[in-house]
Design a protein around this ligand. Sequence first.
Ligand code: ZN
Length: 114
Amino acid sequence: MPVDIYIQKATDTRTKHAHMLNIKSSLLRTAFGWATFRMCCDIKREYQNHCPLCHNPYKEIRDITLDIKNPKQDPVYDKNTQWICGICNSKKRCHSQDEYISQQANINNQISLF
Ligand SMILES: [Zn+2]
């Protein structure tokens, strides 16, 4: 697999998270340690291993996602981040407080339709 895929994955991940955090992606790189080379090395290593939460192997590069362990704290790379599979990441996201509240609101909306 060419190195370009890891660079692409690292920059895409940083851009996506910067968007979600509503900050510039350069800030993640300079202030929180989200350096491209460092991220590439980690993606490459993790891709050859498995998800640390469910222990399933990764099938495709897109299966690897970066999770911010505690969204209430600064997104310091490595300290408050972990590479996990997309399935675990979305399950975890479902259990965050905001998701839970909006899920409940959706359920209430659906109930009120009947
Ligand atoms: Zn997993």
